[in-house]
Design a protein around this ligand. Structure first.
Ligand code: SAM
Length: 502
């Protein structure tokens, strides 16, 4: 796509967007900026150049800025995105909050800042309902906010397509959603009413938070938002978020963003595969060790609970300790076993992974607090595959598919298992299923192209390769592709171009 707007105008517009929204559009992203402005102008029925000049010339109306924001923000999200993080949120953070002496007021406030269409705050409400049914009498407010008014509208509706459930266990979909006539899924009323939504621009000076929560936020999730800002705006946004946190309150970002948090008011606390930030001074027990090379930062055992030890708890906490005993037993043990199994897998001890996970998964007790069940099945399947036990690998992969039917990544795993078993036809079938669920799954297009080539279906193979190529071309050449064993976008473009040429 060529640029419709002159470079000088794009430069001015990128500065305008930066100051209004925090979104950072350096020159290499001007195509996307140009496209967004063009689409917004088209929606408002204004010629692109006139629209662009209107944005800069006068104080633009809210409608103009909102329409443009809708086209420039990336709203990618889904339920329980990063289950490991939700596991920690439930096991450690919310459990810890409930047990804090200061929580005898029975109030918990959680804010999902940059929540897009609401999957994140609803996931929190579901998590709390699953893990802590005894909190029914508590006053728990979950707030979801976003700059994009269309996303907030969609969030308030609470109706989602299957794609929002790509990593959601079937059990959770069945329990918390009802199917609509047009095959979408609507969140059940008792979860819907627990979440409030409003439009908030995190870059706006002195924005006002919903009164139900403004006084004291215990946990803020701001995930996959700061990555679109530049350093300066990130710091402003973090400073503002921190202002709303209670003392000891938590700021949670995605793992890729935790390095951005440098506010002096916050201390970083390591959890398995994640670093969260707590308001207040660092504590001795926060220093947990990293297990080298595994990507798993520490064993959950090393993490101390989020509440004072008994010996320093004030005497008047007696009624509270009664509440503590009311809590269901922590299911941390399963999570610990899972984490150890991951570490075994990472160091190539597949037999040990198999042993641990087989025991874990043979436990038929319905363990609500353990979110990593499907992931355990996937890991078990991969371990069996690495041990050359293809049949067992296939069995556990099937079980994982049964548990998360909409997850394209598990079908991709299944295709590799079929390949290992020499069943190319079945492997192609699984790849097509993965692509049906996620048409933008680059490695699935590429692998399908290779398999079709093997089957001498050259026309179809070329089509798959071309699909992969067009998806690759809009990505950053240095980006490492998932499921590629470390291959970059640039390298795969060269590889595919070579294949097509030949
Ligand atoms: C990729 S989504 C993340 C959704 C969710 N937090 C998650 O991790 O799945 C990023 C969201 O940040 C929102 N966003 C971008 N700039 C913002 C700003 N200045 N204020 C508030 N939200 C913003 C976008 O509209 C978009 O919905």
């Amino acid at each position: 796509m060529t640029l419709d707007l002159p470079k000088k105008l794009l430069q001015d517009l990128s500065e305008f967007i930066l100051s209004h929204t925090g979104l950072y559009f350096p020159e290499k992203k001007w195509r996307a900026l140009n496209k967004g402005i063009k689409s917004a102008a088209h929606e408002l029925g204004i010629e692109t150049n006139i629209f662009a000049n209107q944005l800069l010339a006068t104080t633009p109306t809210k409608k103009i800025v909102d329409t443009l924001t809708g086209y420039l923000t990336i709203g990618e999200t889904y339920f329980l995105r990063d289950k490991n993080l939700f596991q920690i949120l439930g096991d450690q953070i919310i459990r810890g909050l409930i047990q804090r002496p200061s929580k005898k007021n029975n109030i918990i406030n959680i804010w999902s800042a940059g929540c897009s269409s609401g999957e994140e705050p609803y996931s929190i409400a579901i998590l709390i309902d699953q893990l802590f049914p005894q909190l029914n009498g508590w006053n728990i407010t979950i707030l979801g906010t976003d700059i994009n008014p269309d996303s907030i509208k969609k969030a308030k509706k609470g109706i989602y397509t299957q794609w929002s459930f790509r990593e959601t266990p079937k059990k959770i979909i069945d329990k918390y959603f009802t199917q609509t006539a047009d095959n979408n899924f609507e969140i059940v009323p008792h979860i819907k009413t627990r979440v409030k939504f409003s439009q908030i621009n995190l870059m706006e000076k002195d924005y006002v938070l919903h009164p139900a929560i403004a006084g004291a936020v215990d946990v803020i999730l701001c995930r996959n938002v700061l990555m679109y800002f530049n350093d300066q705006n990130r710091n402003i946004a973090i400073k503002n978020l921190t202002k709303f946190l209670t003392e000891d309150g938590w700021l949670i970002t995605s793992p890729a963003e935790s390095g951005f948090i440098k506010a002096p008011e916050l201390s970083s606390v390591k959890f398995p595969n994640a670093i969260f930030h707590r308001k207040g001074m660092p504590r001795k027990e926060d220093r947990t060790t990293s297990v080298s090379g595994t990507g798993i930062k520490s064993s959950a055992k090393k993490i101390k609970p989020d509440y004072p030890k008994k010996s320093i708890a004030p005497r008047k906490t007696k009624p509270l300790s009664r509440r503590m005993t009311d809590l269901p037993p922590s299911d941390k043990l399963d999570y610990d076993i899972y984490l150890t199994a991951v570490r075994d897998y990472e160091r190539g001890a597949y037999a040990q992974t198999v042993e641990k996970l087989s025991n874990l998964l043979s436990d038929e007790i319905n363990n609500n607090a353990f979110l990593m069940k499907t992931d355990s099945m996937v890991l078990l399947s991969k371990s069996y595959a690495n041990l050359g036990k293809v049949e067992k690998a296939g069995y556990w992969c099937e079980k994982a598919i049964d548990s998360e039917k909409l997850n394209p990544e598990i079908y991709y795993l299944q295709s590799t298992i079929f390949q290992a078993a020499g069943d190319i036809k079945a492997s192609i079938r699984s790849l097509k299923q993965a692509l049906y669920l996620d048409p933008e799954f680059i490695m699935a297009h590429f692998t399908l192209g290779l398999l079709l080539q093997q089957k001498n279906k050259l026309y179809e193979s070329r089509k798959s390769m071309t699909n992969a190529l067009s998806l690759l071309k809009v990505r950053d050449p240095d980006e490492i592709l998932t499921f590629s064993d470390g291959m970059t976008v640039g390298l795969l473009i060269d590889t595919i171009s070579g294949i097509i040429k030949n």
